[in-house]
Write a protein that binds this ligand. Structure first.
Ligand code: ADP
Length: 457
């Protein structure tokens, strides 16, 4: 049996004003694998522990198979949990460790068939009669998982189960966990701060920041259609390039995005997404370009939808199969706080009020922007992006004979054999189909969010 888990506006407060989780809402289907992803301290484990019943829910409702479950004791929830610091009983054999939960449930039953089947599934039959101290880290973690699985739980809860293992073993076990949970068809909630792990494991990934759920989507969507700049920056390696910019939309003439020293001219006729950018005229925005959206090539090689830019090579990172080129385009990067570690920091009342007034006062697209605001505003706590620095002074941009403090603002992928000279200028082509635009609160406005109709829609 596998269970549906629903959390409705679930919050957890420690003390009077310390909210570790803030109005978290998520419905998990039976058999689904959902990953809770976010920087350390953003509330992932607290959500998991509330599902397990190990942490009391301060506000909101937990439903298990549609039934109110806030007060069901952990033992009666039929869930198994695997932690980062798995504790096996050192004085028991691995066989006894795996069989321990079964023995607790039914002391008189012979569980050897079940233990051996579990061990076979995990590839640890040969170590059943050894003790935990005689195993490698990976084998010990398999025994810990065996102990969780043997009871045939209706839900698996995993809290960074692979963090203590070296990279190679982690990748190996990651694939095994994916296979195993599919095979067993058990609802799984998995906590990690490692975006690559989240992307490879989850049917859906729930990205958290500062106790607040930012987005929950299948891995492809969370990468391709991040709802805000935090999600865009948290997912993907190398990190998305985020540049401060201003939309330039004259009544006559071509629309462009001003990146400081250079402009991205938007091709005519404008796409529906780019048309919508017109209402941002004169506003500060954030342009997001993943490394695959930009290539090093001259303007004469431009394909439809590509526009020219140029950059000065700051540094080349050789990676074997490819190289990452750090370029200076004279733009100013946007800073996303909390990417590495997030602290619960609810938005102040004043900030909420200001945010509402500014976005709501836009002329001509009130409906669309209001819906955008309502949709994204509920999910963001605290500023998602910092744009307080002034736009770059064009004279401060590095030229070969005038070094500057501004270093690379754009990372681009190339083949490993491309010969590039540090300090040399290279032509770039930007694929506008892969251009993201976020407003100055960090909410994605291009491509247009799917649940918001276009201006003519
Ligand atoms: P994550 O799993 O994302 O690293 P946690 O859920 O463990 O984050 O913690 C979320 C926040 O709640 C952190 O700021 C943490 O310090 C705080 N926190 C967790 N447990 C307690 C506790 N028992 N008392 C006070 N604060 C806590």
């Amino acid at each position: 049996m596998t269970r549906a888990i629903s959390l409705h506006h679930v919050s957890k407060s420690y003390g009077r004003d310390r909210r570790a989780v803030d109005r978290f809402t998520l419905s998990i289907e039976p058999g689904e694998f959902v990953v809770l992803l976010g920087p350390s301290g953003c509330g992932k484990s607290t959500v998991l522990r509330m599902i397990a019943g190990l942490e009391e829910i301060s506000e909101g409702e937990l439903l298990l198979d549609g039934e109110f479950a806030n007060h069901i004791p952990p033992r009666e929830r039929g869930m198994a949990m695997v932690f980062q610091n798995f504790a096996l009983y050192p004085s028991m054999t691995n066989r006894a460790n795996i069989g321990f939960p079964l023995k607790l449930e039914n002391p008189r039953e012979d569980n050897s068939a079940r233990i051996e089947a579990t061990a076979r599934m995990l590839g640890i039959e040969h170590v059943l009669d050894r003790y935990p101290a005689q195993l490698s880290g990976g084998e010990r973690q398999r025994v810990a998982m065996g102990r969780a699985i043997s009871r045939r739980p209706s839900v698996f809860l995993m809290d960074e189960p692979l963090s203590n293992l070296d990279a190679k073993l982690r990748n190996h076990l990651r694939a095994e966990i994916a296979l195993l949970t599919k095979e067993l068809g058990v609802t799984t909630v998995y906590v990690t701060h490692d975006q690559a792990e989240a992307m490879s494991l989850g049917d859906r990934v729930a990205v958290m920041r500062g106790g607040v759920l930012q987005q929950v989507s299948p891995p492809r969507e969370v990468y391709a259609l991040p709802e805000n700049v935090f999600v865009a920056a948290f997912i993907g390696t190398p990190r998305i390039n985020l540049l401060q910019a201003v939309v330039h939309a004259p009544l006559e003439g071509r629309m462009s995005i001003d990146l400081g020293r250079q402009r991205l001219a938007l091709p005519e006729p404008l796409s529906p997404d780019h048309q919508l950018l017109r209402i941002q005229q004169g506003r500060r925005i954030i342009v997001g370009l993943r490394s695959e959206a930009v290539r090093i090539a001259p303007p004469s090689h431009a394909r439809p939808g590509e526009v020219a830019l140029s950059g000065i090579v700051e540094h080349v990172e050789y990676q074997g199969h490819e190289a990452l080129v750090h370029l200076n385009t004279g733009s100013r990067p946007a800073v996303v706080p909390d990417l590495e570690s997030a602290q619960p920091r609810p938005m102040s009342r004043r900030r909420r009020a200001t945010a509402g007034r500014t976005a709501g006062s836009t002329q001509g697209a009130l409906g669309v922007l209001d819906r955008l605001k309502g949709r994204a505003g509920a999910r963001i706590s605290g500023p998602v992006v910092t744009l307080d620095e002034p736009a770059p002074d064009p004279t401060a941009v590095r030229t070969p004979d005038r070094p500057s403090v501004i270093s690379g603002d754009l990372v681009v992928r190339t083949g490993p054999d491309m010969r590039l000279r540090t300090g040399g200028q290279v032509p770039l082509l930007v694929d506008l189909a892969h251009l993201y635009v976020f407003d100055h609160y960090g909410r994605r406005i291009c491509p247009l969010p799917q649940d918001v109709p276009g201006l003519d829609g």
